[in-house]
Ligand binder design. Structure first.
Ligand code: SF4
Ligand code: SF4
Ligand code: FES
Length: 239
């Protein structure tokens, strides 16, 4: 049996705020107008703490904690902005750029890309470590969509939306660390998937140009995530 939620107080950047024990640091921060950057997190999907861009300092903890996946506790003291965090977040973005092949000028998501936005937000003007230039796959076998591993940041939004909202469970993660990739069904070409309903939800939530609609030219691919809020409003009305 789950413990009922309690009202507590905590400190966010020297501001005392009220919250419920079932809320995450990110939720409480947003409620109070405090910006914490996020990439893998998307409201309406379960948090997985994959990208580490939302790390915050919690007094008394020697580890940085992901705000999207850490529940608040009574008396917690959280620091959301500091030189250490800015440095750390910039390193996370640098690592994402270095580990893929993000050639923005020829990407369908140029100027509509959350990774690009994060580079601007963290002030990342260049990489301090070498690009890896991995050899990655482009799968254009689906009649409507394209998957380009070169732009994938392994946020797993596609995996979650397909399982949690569409219920198709088409996507999964194969491999570990820098070798990890998202795959469809049992690593079959997307176009041969038996489970995909072609709903396009994965494409719409993908933060970069890794999933796109066929035939889009560079800079054309605007993602539309409003269906997530609509889905949850409908669910609430039904219950
Ligand atoms: S189009 Fe829909 S069903 Fe197909 S993989 Fe994407 S989210 Fe899953
Ligand atoms: S394909 Fe897109 S949504 Fe899926 S893990 Fe890669 S970046 Fe994230
Ligand atoms: S947004 Fe929290 S770990 Fe990615």
């Amino acid at each position: 049996m789950s413990t009922p939620s309690r009202v507590i107080t905590l400190t966010l950047d020297d501001r005392e705020v009220g919250a419920h024990t079932d809320q995450t640091i990110l939720e409480v921060a947003r409620e109070n107008g405090i910006v914490i950057p996020t990439l893998c997190h998307l409201e309406g999907l379960l948090p997985i703490g994959a990208c580490r861009i939302c790390l915050v300092e919690v007094v008394g903890s020697n580890k940085l904690l992901p705000a999207c996946a850490t529940k608040v506790t009574d008396g917690m003291r959280v620091i959301t902005q500091s030189e250490r965090l800015t440095r750390y977040r910039r390193r996370v973005v640098e690592f994402l750029f270095a580990s893929g092949n993000h050639i923005c000028a020829v990407c369908v998501s140029n100027h509509h890309c959350e990774l690009q936005d994060m580079a601007v937000y963290t002030g990342m003007s260049h990489l301090t470590e070498p690009y890896r230039y991995p050899k990655l796959r482009v799968d254009a076998s689906h009649e409507r969509f394209v998957q380009d591993d070169n732009r994938c940041i392994l946020c797993q939004r596609c995996v979650r939306v397909c399982a949690e909202i569409e219920g198709a469970h088409t996507w999964d993660v194969m491999g570990r660390g820098i070798e990890a990739r998202v795959i469809t069904d049992l690593n079959q070409p997307w176009g041969e998937s038996d489970t995909c309903t072609s709903c396009s939800k994965c494409v719409q939530v993908c933060p970069t140009g890794a999933l796109s609609i066929k035939g889009m030219a560079a800079a054309e691919m605007k993602k539309r995530k409003h269906f997530l809020a609509q889905y949850w409003t409908l669910k609430e009305e039904e219950s």
